[in-house]
Design a protein around this ligand. Structure first.
Ligand code: 13P
Length: 352
């Protein structure tokens, strides 16, 4: 393990007011999103979509690192250039999702355990050779009647810690993602309790596995009331709760916290991240960044719909959401940004 390189990479991932773009949807997840929009669920369609993303002009102004999927890291532009070279040439650090998905946790109805530890050392070594410099592993924690169980939180935290230790051994910065899901009727307070318990357990396990905190990034959820909770909350309430929870559970040695978007509407995700940075940026020990998939990609995907004629408009929409995320991360986002000429692409009608 080259300690200094890991520390430098982790710092770069959250430097310059930028954040991470997650474009690591597994084939089933990507296909599901394509199916909703009538896009063919083929390897070529996934390749074309990822080419649209990585060739978006100016993406590197807002995005410090891009998380790829195993299929994507091996793909190329139509002209033969490997995606990983296109990304690196744009000044974006290539990353890779290395978990193999969340499966049912035996003995715990309604709960999941993320798999992928078998053979991970060898896979990490291959990804490093290919040029990846960081990795991602997502654990999911669902709230429900009596859930999450302690067994689910512990099993996922231990898997995250073993993954993180293997990453650092291989020279890759681990992005540690324990995601408390938004689905459910739970209150903001309940989400905070669970998020805090999950994070405390994760950091205890990271310590147990000897993970160097300065060489990792935490990717948590923002604390939110459940999607069907009758009492939704203001951006300020959400931000207060999130910061409170993080201060109690995340060591100051961690260089950055990059929030997942978790299916929040794109504009709301920007509004909340902005409120957090406006109010707390100068008082937090960590950078407060983003690591989003849907909040950056969704409008672009809806414009593209698998048509070459929509590529430019889709790239403009992608770049716009990346710029809004960057502004939010700097505390400079304003709803008026959604009405500037740069957003024309977002409202442009995609070709039928
Ligand atoms: P969302 O921003 O769409 O939640 O995706 C982030 C991610 O990488 C999930 O693992």
């Amino acid at each position: 393990m080259n300690t200094q390189e890991l520390i430098d990479t982790a710092k770069k991932m959250v430097a310059g007011g930028k954040g991470l773009l997650a474009m690591d949807e597994s084939n089933p997840t990507c296909n599901k999103r394509f199916a909703k929009l009538g896009i063919p669920q083929t390897e070529e369609a996934r390749r074309a979509y990822r080419e649209l993303i990585v060739t978006t002009p100016g993406l590197g102004d807002s995005i410090s690192g891009a998380i790829l999927y195993d299929e994507t890291i091996r793909q190329r532009k139509k002209d033969g250039t490997p995606f990983i070279n296109v990304i690196a040439d744009a000044g974006i650090i290539p990353g890779i999702k290395v978990d193999t998905g969340a499966k049912d946790l035996a003995g715990h109805p309604g709960e999941k355990i993320t798999e992928g530890l078998d053979g991970l050392r060898e896979r990490l070594s291959e990804y490093f050779q290919m040029g990846a410099r960081f990795a991602k592993w997502r654990a999911v924690i669902a709230l429900g009647e009596g859930n999450p169980s302690r067994g689910c939180i512990e099993a996922n935290a231990q898997a995250l810690a073993r993954y993180a230790a293997l990453c650092q051994e291989a020279g890759l910065v681990p992005v540690v993602e324990p995601e408390v899901l938004m689905e459910g009727q739970h209150t903001l307070e309940r989400c905070c309790q669970v998020t805090e318990e999950a994070l405390r357990t994760v950091f205890s396990q990271l310590h147990g596995q000897g993970v160097m905190l300065e060489g990792m990034i935490l990717k948590p959820n923002i604390a939110l009331p459940g999607l069907t909770c009758p009492q939704q909350e203001s951006a300020d309430a959400v931000v207060d709760a999130t910061v409170h929870c993080l201060l109690r559970s995340v060591p100051a040695a961690v260089p950055g916290i990059a929030f997942l978007s978790g299916g929040q509407p794109a504009e709301l995700a920007s509004e909340r991240l902005n409120a957090m940075n406006v109010r707390f940026k100068s008082r937090m020990p960590w950078e407060l960044a983003f690591s989003s998939a849907r909040a950056i990609q969704q409008p672009a995907l809806e414009i593209w719909r698998g048509k070459d004629s929509n590529v430019v408009a889709a790239q403009q929409a992608l770049n716009h959401r990346a710029r809004c995320s960057r502004a939010a991360r700097r505390g400079e986002y304003d709803a008026a940004m959604e009405r500037t000429p740069a957003t024309i692409a977002q409202v442009a009608k995609p070709a039928a």
